[in-house]
Write a protein that binds this ligand. Sequence first.
Ligand code: ATP
Length: 303
Amino acid sequence: MSGGYSMTAVLEARGLGKRYRRLWALSDCTLSIPAGHIVGLVGPNGAGKTTLLNLAAGLLAPTTGTIEVLGGPAPVSPAELARVGFLAQDSPVYAGLPVADHLALGARLNPRWDEELARGRIDRLDLDLGQKAGKLSGGQRAQLALTLAIAKRPELLLLDEPVASLDPLARREFLQDLMEAVAEQGLSVVLSSHLVADLERVCDYLIVLVGSRVRVAGPVEDLLATHHLLSGPRRDPDTLPAGQQVISASHTDRQTTLLVRTSDPVLDPAWTVSEVGLEDLVLAYMSQAAGRGRRNHHLEVQK
Ligand code: ATP
């Protein structure tokens, strides 16, 4: 246990934005993510997830605002880069180099390289050390890239859709590996994924990004405790108490169902109050934004 755990935020963004010509890929992003979490970054295609991860990895410069990583600027120097692992969406590997050479490179380039972990994973995955990376299957390539990212023993690991190409068993095992690394080494992880069921299993912190903006962010436990599903006789959501923010609403002729965010208990006896799961919560925020515009808390979600 080398305990890279620190009280500093692993990621601290203030007014962070990135613009491509006229398009804001990320706008006005303010976040403070404490260490020791597995953070799920979700949102529809084009929401800005990759942009945020690239800003954190130091691969992009902000147009506005600032981002701090592990208490300092986004990584640039080799010493800073050694503390941050980043795995891009397309699992880049050197197509012409055998698997073994990737491990040798990893060992050479990373001061905290864990050879035992790397070998163990490659063994377990049954990858042939002599095979050229370009000849591996898509999922095997992803596994190789993941192995390199984990074995460098970063304090913060940024993963852009790391499990998308893995088979279900490999996905589960990989996420298990991640959870162990977090528990044993105080590793912090930020991963983007469209697979909310996976996130539900491993993430204890969630960021929902839609249309370049952070819609909600926080510890999963807090989010689940402050969001409720209300159902009852048909009602105009505008008549709710001020502290209850409607995230999504659906109506039948006689019945209204609302997903509401509030830190106060819901006391109105007209409502049947039930807990929400992470998937419902994510989908509510995603469909909220699909309606666009400022009036989105009046949006009707189709059933
Ligand atoms: P996905 O789930 O599809 O991977 P994402 O949430 O990762 O999407 P980003 O890749 O961050 O989304 O893209 C955010 C927006 O920025 C998109 O509208 C995209 O078209 C735009 N964008 C991203 N990279 C560039 C670029 N190099 N030049 C111009 N526009 C870009």
